[in-house]
Design a protein around this ligand. Sequence first.
Ligand code: TYD
Length: 205
Amino acid sequence: MTDSGYFIAFEGGDGAGKSTQVRRVAEALEAAGREVVVTRQPGGTTLGAALRDLVLHGGALTPRAEALVFAADKAQHVEEVILPSLARGAVVVTDRYVDSSVAYQGAGRALGAQEVADLQAWAVGGLMPHLTVVVDVDPATGRQRRGGTDDRMESEADAFHVAVREHFLAMAKGEPHRYLVVDGTASPDEIAERVHARLVDEGVL
Ligand code: TYD
């Protein structure tokens, strides 16, 4: 895996602790001599930052409009950041990707997982991660960890977040070779070790 790019996505509910793990894996990969590009969705491009503000902190959006904004963010992100990085052999680590939309808009907003998956696949031109790490926590723990400041998605009722969590787990169960599920209540060191071990198995580390 030294002469071609590798694409890793971290997924999970709000407050799962993904961002810490994104940082940890990036450090481990860099220490192993890989070029690493860390990014996040929504965001990660100039357009993405504007869309992020709109969708997380703006006014009302209908569920379909919301799904399209998240899809537009990803379309821009793939062409501007992810594809060029993979093409020069970097490891791209993204904090959220298409599965977030399938879980949040498809299952949480009940737009239909398959329809949202199709929309997302179109937006990203079919580019899927080599490995998706789902950092799993129950919504109550996630809420507690986040504290009091909720954005548009975070302020949804617990039932929404339960549906999101169940959908992440169902996707991972269906394709174990493309996913790693880690318990988000384990220590950051333990979680980082599990991710590290999987990347060794995959030949990336
Ligand atoms: P962010 O602040 O990045 O949250 P976190 O630190 O938990 O990743 O907020 C992103 C929010 O947007 C999060 O609630 C998940 C949601 N989201 C979607 O609903 N659909 C998507 O396609 C993406 C990428 C994120």
